[in-house]
Design a protein around this ligand. Structure first.
Ligand code: ADP
Ligand code: MG
Length: 345
């Protein structure tokens, strides 16, 4: 099966005066696993539904390969879709649900059956084909939805928060299995989530959305380590945004004059973990909490700004004795100090 690239070219969609998609442009490579990540209301579902053909853009173009699909009927787009709420037919059994897209495409009965059974085997549901939907767990239902989405060998797969109804352990198993299914089939996939860890775990690239716009598109590690905006920095994890002038260089060189972003886990109590060209932050301990695998410290920097410091339990020898209001200095290596673009002093 040949997978295809997707081009989203200046797509705009407004509901009345509310702009849900604000001239979104995005190129997804053939066979890529790309995640749209953003808070609720940022336009993720609208963008996915535009690709699927259920939302008509006000302007802009959508291409599958070099074919313009902007005005094509949804069932002509060769796109498989998995929703959060399964959208399975409750009155049909598992097999009939998975055969449905093939019946819709008027495939022969015997061929449809064999393909549906193959798809069910791929998602590890062999043996459950005669079950009713009501007899399945949430995880099993989502597997049926996956099988139904891949059964007609689509060129593209769209998934809208498919795991958000599942509990944490099952969600992590399914993340791994969806990624493996993608790698086996090589289908270009756009995955939607508001869960940053899920996005980091699963994706080749992440597009971070906010207010109908894409703020940054990059590989997971780049998005995490080198966010291009304050919004991306704070959405991706515990981000300390340090105002100009609060950090000093460990080697005594001139202090950085930009706004800095330092992740909580990049700060250390032990200066030797930072190196001479790292930075130091001086403050007062406000709070400390033991969280099992780490300690979380809250420091008030001189000037009042609070930062979070995450010390792995294995390196936290000194944390137990730290007392409230004690003076504390924390250190970060130079390569973990990110200058936040566009936020100069
Ligand atoms: P997300 O999936 O990121 O949570 P959506 O794409 O569902 O966001 O929605 C983006 C914005 O567009 C939201 O503010 C939502 O209320 C609005 N919206 C979505 N669909 C409609 C609609 N059919 N009519 C009016 N407003 C809508
Ligand atoms: Mg949504």
């Amino acid at each position: 099966m040949k997978s295809l690239p997707i081009t989203i070219d200046s797509v705009r969609k407004a509901y009345g005066s509310y702009v849900a998609l604000d001239d979104v442009s995005l190129d997804i490579r053939a066979g890529e696993f790309l995640t749209l990540l953003g808070p609720s209301g940022s336009g993720k579902t609208t963008l996915l539904m535009a690709l699927a053909g259920f939302v008509r853009p006000d302007s802009g173009k959508l291409l599958l390969g070099d074919r313009d699909i902007t005005r094509l009927a949804p069932n002509k787009r060769e796109i498989g879709i998995v929703f959060q709420n399964y959208a399975l037919f409750p009155h049909m059994n598992v097999l009939a649900n998975v055969e449905y897209p093939l019946a819709l495409r008027r495939r022969r009965k015997a061929e449809a059956r064999q393909r549906a059974l193959d798809a069910l085997a791929r998602v590890k549901l062999d043996g459950l084909s005669e079950r009713g939907i009501g007899e399945l767990s949430g995880g099993q239902r989502q597997r049926v939805a996956l099988a139904r989405a891949i059964v007609f060998e689509p060129r593209v797969m769209l998934m809208d928060e498919p795991l958000s109804a599942l509990d944490k352990n099952l969600r992590e198993t399914m993340q791994y299995e969806i990624r493996r299914l993608h790698d086996d089939l090589g289908i270009t996939t756009i995955y939607v989530t508001h869960d940053q860890r899920e996005a980091l775990t699963m994706s080749d690239r992440i597009a971070v959305m906010n207010s109908g716009r894409i703020q940054q598109i990059d590989a997971p590690q780049h998005i995490y380590d080198r966010p291009s905006t304050r919004f991306v920095a704070e959405f991706m994890g515990e981000a300390n945004i340090i105002a100009p002038g609060l950090a000093r260089r460990i080697d005594g060189a001139d202090a950085p004059r930009e706004t800095l972003m330092i992740r909580a886990e990049s700060l250390h109590l032990d200066a030797s973990l930072a190196g001479r060209d790292g930075v130091a932050l001086d403050g007062t301990l406000r709070a400390k909490a033991f969280r099992g695998e780490n300690w979380l410290l809250t420091l008030a920097l001189d000037g009042g700004q609070e930062i979070l410091v995450c010390i792995p339990a294995a390196l936290a020898g000194g944390c137990v004795e730290l007392a409230a209001s004690q003076r504390v200095t924390v250190y970060a290596p130079a390569q973990k100090v990110h200058v936040l673009p566009g936020a100069m002093a």
